[in-house]
Design a protein around this ligand. Structure first.
Ligand SMILES: Nc1ncnc2c1ncn2[C@@H]1O[C@H](COP(=O)(O)OP(=O)(O)OP(=O)(O)O)[C@@H](O)[C@H]1O
Ligand code: SF4
Ligand SMILES: [Mg+2]
Length: 374
């Protein structure tokens, strides 16, 4: 059963200019037509590079940003239509945790006061004693000592502060938690601990997560379904295993080819797709397929003019590319102009191979001009 459904959600920020009067001179199309569904008790991983609209989408779900259009249906209710007071009450069930826990914790409040504040606002716990008992129980569940109650945020390490952020969400007894880059600011060794904690809590408390990250490796193990965003839209969505086994959108293939492989031999010899060009501005997204300015498989006319819909290719594997089937079958080759630069590691260092015309790519996609995901 789906707990959260997004239907064509758009968040466009107006760009204003003018000395005396603010004139709207354009829009930032931060989120531009996202439809997805999050199953109760599961984790939806949302990945994409910086500025593609992940945080804006997370905030829009909680209505911390205004939604330009679309529906955000949480447990059968369209949050986009709720009056402010009802939305405030619903927010207890939808919580968000942030990349920078220190920035979101008031340095002058001790941990008990930080955690009790939200509980009091939502009428959880009859009095201070009851709230304190609940907070102590949750602190223990997230692996913090009971003595943490009277301490202040700066007295904790980065990993512990993220645990406090998680506890602050949990004391409100939420159903859905949006975790925005929950481990990006942490050391790699601590990242795994925090991700494991999130998984344990999900199992024991029946939580549903949306986990946002710019790094595919972070969401891989924790996610049931992964959505890949590019310039405000989903380009691919699939069950986690299917996405890693066979990434189908050219952008996902490029992202995937940047993820290191644990086997040193494979890692040394694997090929990498380096995308050309910069991420276009979300204030002036390219027409047609938004990825066409960087796509090695771009075809004239259609890719430049017609925006591809997210289409199910079977088994819930949805891809927004006009040529996904041909690329998967190896019958469409990368074009010369934007042919991926495939690097081969050599004894001297990483060297690009001699330029090969696109026509040299073998039909199975294994030629030197071909691109492969890792
Ligand atoms: N309040 C706002 N007003 C105008 N533009 C905004 C606002 N908030 C975000 N943006 C723009 O919307 C786009 C998407 O931003 P967002 O923070 O959602 O990206 P992100 O995917 O979370 O990036 P990151 O990985 O860096 O956190 C960016 O171009 C950003 O500058
Ligand atoms: S629609 Fe065209 S430009 Fe877009 S990803 Fe597919 S091949 Fe590339
Ligand atoms: Mg962000």
């Amino acid at each position: 059963m789906s707990l959260l459904e997004l239907d064509d959600v758009k968040v466009h920020f107006p760009v204003k200019r003018g000395v005396f009067f603010d004139r709207t001179v354009g829009h930032v199309y931060a989120v531009d037509g996202i439809s997805l569904s999050v199953t109760a008790g599961q984790t939806y991983g949302l990945v994409g590079e910086s500025g593609c609209g992940k945080t804006t989408l997370g905030r829009a779900i909680l209505r911390l940003n205004d939604i330009t259009s679309g529906r955000v249906v949480f447990d059968g209710t369209d949050l986009a239509q709720l009056p402010a007071e009802e939305m405030r009450r619903s927010r207890r069930r939808l919580q968000m945790i942030f990349q920078d826990p220190l920035g979101s914790l008031n340095p002058r409040q001790n941990i008990e006061s930080i955690l009790a504040e939200g509980m009091a606002a939502h009428g959880i716990g009859a009095d201070r004693e009851e709230r304190r008992a609940r907070i102590s129980e949750i602190l223990e569940r997230v692996g913090l000592p009971a003595g943490a109650l009277s301490r202040y945020p700066h007295e904790f390490s980065g990993g512990q502060r993220q645990r406090i952020g998680i506890a602050r969400a949990l004391v409100l007894e939420p159903d859905l938690i949006i975790c925005d880059e929950p481990v990006s600011a942490l050391d790699v060794s601590i990242q795994a601990q925090v991700l494991n904690l999130l998984e344990e809590l999900q199992d024991s408390m029946g939580l549903t997560y949306v986990v946002i990250a710019h790094d595919l490796a972070v969401v891989r193990h924790i996610s049931d379904v992964i959505g890949v965003m590019y310039l405000g839209a989903l380009v691919e969505e699939a069950p986690s295993d299917a996405l890693y086994a066979e990434p189908r959108h050219p952008y996902t293939r490029a992202l995937m080819s940047a993820v290191p492989v644990p086997d040193p031999d494979l890692e040394d010899n694997r090929e990498r797709i380096l995308l050309r060009g910069d991420l276009p501005s979300p204030a002036a997204p390219p027409a047609g397929c938004r990825f066409h300015t960087r796509c090695p498989w771009r075809q004239p006319e259609r890719c430049d003019t017609e925006r591809p819909e997210l289409t199910d290719m079977g088994g819930g594997h949805r891809v927004a590319c006009h040529y996904a089937a041909e690329i998967a079958a190896g019958t469409l080759r990368p074009t010369t102009e934007l042919a991926p630069r495939v690097l081969h590691d050599t004894a001297e260092g990483t060297e690009p191979p001699a330029a090969a015309p696109a026509g040299d790519a073998a039909p199975d996609g294994s030629g030197p001009g071909a691109a492969r995901g890792a």
